[in-house]
Design a protein. Sequence first.
Lengths: 322, 307
Amino acid sequence: MSDTLAIEANELTKRYDGVTVVDHLSLQVRENEVFGLLGPNGAGKTTTILMMLGLTEPASGSVSVLGFNPTREPLKVKRQAGYLPERVGFYENLTARENLRFIADLNGIDYAEANRRADEVLAKVGLTESEIMEKVGPNRNIEKTVGKYSRGMKQRLGIAEVLIKRPSLVFLDEPTAGLDPKGINQLLDLIEGLPKMGTTVVLSSHQLYQVQRVCHNIGILAKGKMVIQGAIDKLGREALAGGRFRIEVETEEPSEKLIKVLRGIKGVVDLEVRENMLIISADADLRREVSKAIVQHNFPLIQMKVQEFSLDDIYMKYFREE
Amino acid sequence: MLAILRKELADYVTSIRFLASFLLVIVVSVTGLVAASQGIRSANLPEGIVFLGLFTTSGTVIPSLTYLVSLLIPIIGIALGFDAINSERAGGTLSRVLAQPVFRDSVINGKFLAGVVTLSIMVGTMLLLVGGYGLSMIGVPPTPEEIIRLFFYFFMTIVYGAFWMGLAILFSIVFRRVAASLLFSLALWLFFSIFILLIAPGIANALAPAGDGTEAELMRNFEVQQMVTRFSPNILFQEATTVLLVPLVRSLGMVTSSQATYMVANPLSLGQSILIVWPHIVGLISLSAVCFAMSYVLFMRQEIRAT
């Protein structure tokens, strides 16, 4: 990560037919980081990405991508930035290599170089020869057309296509949507490796658990507004000021007295009772103290779970407030 | 733009659609040849325009090649263009292509040009097929003037096909669904090639009734009728190509018998033929240009939306 900004957006606003989709959004993405643009469906993530690529014009506000204004100089941005749309589509009657060569052609890469790069990116995304070929005769294999690809293969091909132009910035719109857990892991590993090769990644998602492990910084969007932006651990502390740990205890008919005792334990910030469940927010892992208190007061300890804060909690917190 | 042109051409040439259109082209060529073989002897064309007769004479029941072409070309044009933009949008490839460093207009320019090239290949094949087989059939080589006339015909046919393709592309931009753009294009084609001929007399009778049947009234009625039908690009094309390929046609308007007696029955020179259909030629070219310009503007202004 460096301190140079790859993207800087100020008060970006977009309206479609009078509805404000993106509302005075400001964000900064540093070079060579993975930035997660998170938010529920319809929060304006895709529109934000489209504005940064110059595919749609902002109603007001400004954005600078790699030092260029995408509205004024879209080609300069697009030469260096790759984009993987949410519903990635390919020419289904062409093979993977043909699709890649077309994109390379659009980027002004000559045929021989395109072929070289196609092999390189296919290997990088783990599309093996056996996956992209099919048998048509006893000793004859030909390349499959993309129409016969599975969802996961298409997604990987989408990444390959983004990488073929050797971009310094990539926008991945919901890259994990519709993939199985194994596919998601492969994809995230791939994304994690991109900053090392000098590629900044902006990744949009509503699947927080999945992306939290690869993002350095995140921005949470809701109804077109940036709710919060920053590094994950810092956000966690701020968002869950109530405590970093969450302990769930199941017992039987907890009495007022027990609750009072539990509240009294040092480090407990909050306690919530839901029938037989006690949900304790704490600064530290207080399982030992809590269990001791319960047993001492002759209540059964049926089960107990501790959870460290996760991005999901941050997310839920902001959306509950909405 | 070259990249898109290359890809679109490769797509067209390898598609089933192209194969079907090409089969149609061959069927039309063969039919036209059969028609000519039946009718060219009895047409008794004067020297110098015999070769053109291959394209314009109809058989005992089979219509002439030019007539078949005027029916076929719109279909090919529509087939080439009706899903140009909306299928890319539905397939999710449009936003991917536009995210590459290409100007947005190169997408539509490339598609249009690829269509024009494909059309040229088809029309060229047809003319050469008929010309070649026809030459061995009748044994009369074309005169230089006939070749120039055929070139004009070739050019007009491309322009006419480009009009229908432009219209289909326009609909493919306006409508999100492929079926809608196809149906609208076909409906318009049906209207301009058939319905306008049915409603033209009605309009003419309403605007200029020929109740007494005087010459002036009949003339007026006919003129209104002709004016209405000329709103149709199909009629424009048919009239223009008839005059271009049949030098014996001296006028498209009504000729009274008193005028006819003063007419000399020899073929018109090329310049004179072109003079008659100059408005047709300009009209067809501008129709194609307007269609393409509208598609262009709409496509450039269309939002690439998230959904």
